[in-house]
Write a new protein. Structure first.
Length: 277
């Protein structure tokens, strides 16, 4: 494995229960375990993206070998979810865990494939007021105001020393592949609170402080102010997403994104080239 993977919680059914006397089926056993596991990590069913089931000989009791279909019946949020059953006798559960770990690693591998020198701007989001978002098809970056229409200048920062907006935190850029991994549908990317989403490598090695980034007609400069996760990020995308971006690998790849300041104003729009200059 190239980075640590964590099991955040779990659940098990009552071993003393006699399921057949209760006229319960394997579905009730599975449903109880899944709902208990979600509760243990305070995760909503809608935040699950892939499911793995480890089971041996379940078809002898359920009259079907495809247990993924049973998983999809637990919640409407699971409809259409990719679900796989792993069978390896007494090691079935462990093999299912390994398969889930491989999925997570595949997501990080995809992020690592982001272009290093030139990418594309995928999304522009303004924050006109607290917790409000506006997706923009055309925008202006300004040396004094950051993203025109955004409330950066009205947002006090504890890091600034004077309680005013921090000059080195005008613009935040998040990698589009990270946004897709933690948020799923593109409509949910804006919930992160970042203004720009671009398909380009934002790792600490590739984008150290001082790196200049051309976006459309504007130029940004990466600053030394770290961009970190918070309770709002955890609430919107789950505890596991926050742990991922806060892990040593997350910090190395700067999965939460980077802070920038505008050094040359100009017009930008989705589809513009984003490149190191």
């Amino acid at each position: 494995m190239t980075s640590p993977i964590f099991i955040l919680g779990g659940a098990q059914t009552d071993f003393a229960r006699h399921w057949s006397r209760e006229e319960a089926t394997i579905f009730e056993i599975l449903k109880g375990s899944v709902e208990g596991a979600l509760e243990s990590v305070k995760l909503d069913a809608s935040q699950v993206q892939v499911a793995h089931i480890g089971n041996f000989a379940g078809e002898l009791f359920s009259q079907q070998g495809h247990l993924g279909g049973l998983f999809a019946s637990i919640s409407p949020a699971f409809h259409g979810l990719p679900t796989t059953r792993s069978e390896a006798a007494c090691a079935s559960g462990s093999v299912a865990v390994l398969a889930a770990m491989a999925d997570l690693e595949a997501g990080l591998d995809e992020i690592r494939k982001s272009p290093k020198n030139q990418g594309v701007l995928d999304l522009i989001v303004s924050r006109p007021e607290e917790d409000a978002r506006e997706v923009m098809s055309l925008a202006d970056l300004d040396v004094a105001f950051g993203l025109v229409g955004d409330t950066w200048k009205d947002r006090p920062s504890a890091r600034s020393g004077d309680g005013k907006a921090h000059p080195d935190m005008q613009i935040t850029i998040m990698n589009s592949r990270v946004a897709a991994l933690v948020a799923g549908d593109k409509e949910r990317w804006q919930l992160s609170g970042d203004q720009l989403f671009a398909d380009i490598d934002l790792s600490a090695q590739n984008m150290p402080p001082g790196t200049r980034i051309a976006v459309g007609l504007a130029i940004l400069e990466a600053t030394d102010q770290p961009h970190t996760g918070c309770k709002k990020f955890s609430g919107r995308f789950g505890v596991d997403a926050l742990k991922l971006i806060s892990s040593p690998t997350g910090e190395e790849l700067q999965l939460r994104g980077i802070n920038c300041k505008v050094v040359q104003g100009g017009e930008i729009k989705p589809g513009d080239i984003v490149k190191k200059v």
